[in-house]
Design a protein around this ligand. Structure first.
Ligand code: FES
Length: 575
């Protein structure tokens, strides 16, 4: 069998003469000042996801330096290269729209350039799944390094964290409880350092889940971005990248159904972001693994929420780090884990847990027998309104609203909601159910984090803090409330959500896992006959947007493009 090509000999540019291709490549790389000795070393790519628009990645340049140090200490040659970067607040129409583009960029740049392994540096929400999706498809040895969470800010002696407290204070501002001067002061305190949101939002969730998945060094998820330990973690990641290059430890050997089950267990136990389900489905889909939503829901009945972090609890990521980080959670979850799953260390998850420092007294991660929330944080709903499924983060919801029947108040689009939600003329009462549609993968497009519908101003001013809200959109992992998301199929492709009319009755029963539109089948059939797909918008006809609209799949398939997934050969969790 031909020996696999390594280093500079990998993926030669096609000139029809391989020796010439290598000669030419070496001639050009020597212009970077490398010696022959350097070029014979394992070549380790490093994704540079720095951008002046991405404060969550502000420390990427110094992380790259630390990674390079680790690579060189281990005998490799580091080569950084740019990829797309995405920040939640700087991606129009929504970062989810661009996640697949970043994944394609990552995959093709890993494949196109001669690297024996790759260090993936990400952090802000969509970047971690995008990098892992790309690396999984390229299937070159790869290791994840996250930028790490921000430290907390404070306002009048109260700790603040992006973005749970962004939403909380914004709701108070909308309700007239705080004025413009105070909200402006708070704006300057919510993101006080470099790093990712320091609550259990999507970035923190994806970091914890990736450590459980085995694609990151143990202890890597929770170290704050600005701590010196983060640099040492980066150096160790660089050194390990050289080892996985030598060992040929490719992502498909780590990202197995068992590893995804461990990731899902972690997701439930941390009360993590609902977005992680979409991302894990997309990552798994790259390897021909389907996330079984109903089996995931059953996992919830035996997986308690253990981590006392905002938005479900009271602490922040720096507190979780002080409590020992992810291994403190893994230790409690051990009976539920697939401990034989291989990880990036070359050892199993169980061996990594055994190798960690012994536990100490702390109050951030609860013991398995004394959880924050007895059942998993996320429930999967079905019913005539969501035949393909919907989810609700019950651990962040008002318990009494988890069984609720109410009158629908329908918003046809994000624009419609923006135009009417605060209108004094809006016919809405606290017991109503707010419905937002055409905000799904194709409808918006990009399935924005619009599922956290604001409480209509006139109700907020009466003191209403929560209502049942349902949509085909997503929700930020930092948000909270009685919110049903990811209704599948979405309205824009003719899902039943498209047929709801204001005034219809809707019943939510989380205990029974049901979401029902209380309208007869005959009436729904009549409405379906009259339904028309939303009109194409300017810009839908060309470019990446056309590719997105033509090929994006629904939330249950991770909103990945059809042509990027592999045929399903396995399921996670296993039945
Ligand atoms: Fe980047 Fe929250 S905006 S992690």
């Amino acid at each position: 069998m031909a020996k696999a090509k390594r280093g500079m000999r990998r993926g030669l540019t096609a000139y029809g003469d391989e020796e010439f291709s290598l000669f030419l490549r070496k001639a050009f790389i020597k212009a970077m000042g490398y010696s022959d000795d350097a070029l014979e070393r394992p070549i380790i790519g490093i994704t540079n996801t720095y951008s002046g628009f991405n404060a969550c990645h502000r420390t990427v340049p110094e992380l790259i330096e630390a990674v390079k140090r680790g690579i060189m200490l281990a005998g490799g040659l580091p080569v950084e290269f740019p990829t797309i970067t995405l920040h939640e607040a700087f991606a129009h129409p929504t970062s989810m729209f661009l996640r697949n583009l970043m994944a394609i960029d990552t995959e093709e740049m890993i494949r196109a350039q001669p690297m024996d392994a790759c260090v993936l540096i990400g952090g802000c929400d969509k970047t971690v799944p995008a990098l892992l999706m790309g690396a999984a498809s390229a299937n070159v040895p790869a290791i994840m390094l996250v930028t790490g969470p921000m430290l907390t800010g404070d306002h009048k002696g109260e700790r603040l964290g992006a973005c749970t407290d962004c939403r909380r204070f914004w709701a108070r501002f909308r309700a007239g409880e705080i004025d413009a001067q105070e909200i402006s002061a708070i704006e300057a305190k919510l993101a006080p350092t470099a790093g990712t949101c320091m609550v259990m939002g999507t970035a923190s969730t994806m970091a914890c889940v990736t450590e459980a998945l085995g694609m990151m060094l143990p202890g890597g998820a929770c170290i704050p971005a600005v701590m010196s330990e983060r640099m040492r973690n980066a150096e160790a990641t660089g050194a390990r990248a050289v080892a996985i290059a030598r060992e040929g430890l490719t992502p498909d050997k780590i990202m197995t159904p068992d590893a995804f089950e461990n990731a899902l267990t972690m997701l439930l136990a941390i009360g993590g972001s609902t977005n992680a389900i979409v991302h894990l489905a997309a990552m798994a889909g790259r390897l021909g693994i389907e996330i079984d939503l109903d089996a995931f829901d059953r996992m919830g009945s035996k997986t308690p929420v253990l981590v006392d972090l905002k938005p479900t609890g009271q602490h922040y990521m720096e507190d979780l780090e002080k409590a020992g980080g992810v291994v403190t959670i893994l230790r409690e979850l051990r009976p539920l884990l697939k401990t034989k799953a291989l990880t990036i260390t070359g050892k199993t998850l169980g061996q990594n847990i055994d190798a960690a420092l012994p536990a100490w007294k702390q109050d951030v991660v609860r013991p398995f027998k004394n959880p924050i929330f007895r059942n998993g944080g996320i429930a999967v709903l079905r019913g005539n309104l969501a035949p393909g499924g919907a989810i609700v983060k019950q651990s962040a919801a008002t318990p009494k609203l988890m069984q609720h029947e109410g009158r629908a108040v329908v918003f046809d689009s994000l624009e419609d909601m923006a135009a009417r939600i605060d209108s004094p003329a809006l016919d809405v009462a606290p017991d109503d159910i707010l419905v937002l549609r055409n905000a799904g993968p194709k409808g918006a497009p990009g399935m924005p984090e619009a599922g956290y519908l604001p409480i209509p101003k006139k109700l907020a001013q009466q003191g209403v803090k929560d209502m049942v809200r349902i949509s085909d959109a997503r929700m930020s992992g930092t948000a909270f409330g009685s919110i049903v998301l990811h209704i599948t199929p979405e309205a824009a492709v003719g899902g039943p959500l498209a047929l709801v009319k204001s005034g219809d009755r809707i019943r939510l029963d989380v205990a029974k896992r049901r979401l029902e539109l209380l309208v007869s089948d005959a009436e729904l059939a009549a409405r379906r006959k009259k339904w028309k797909a939303p009109k194409a918008r300017t810009g839908d006809e060309r470019g990446y947007r056309k590719l997105f609209l033509d090929t994006v799949q629904q939330a249950d398939r991770g909103c990945d493009f059809e042509f990027l997934t592999r045929p399903v050969t396995a399921r996670a969790p296993a039945k």
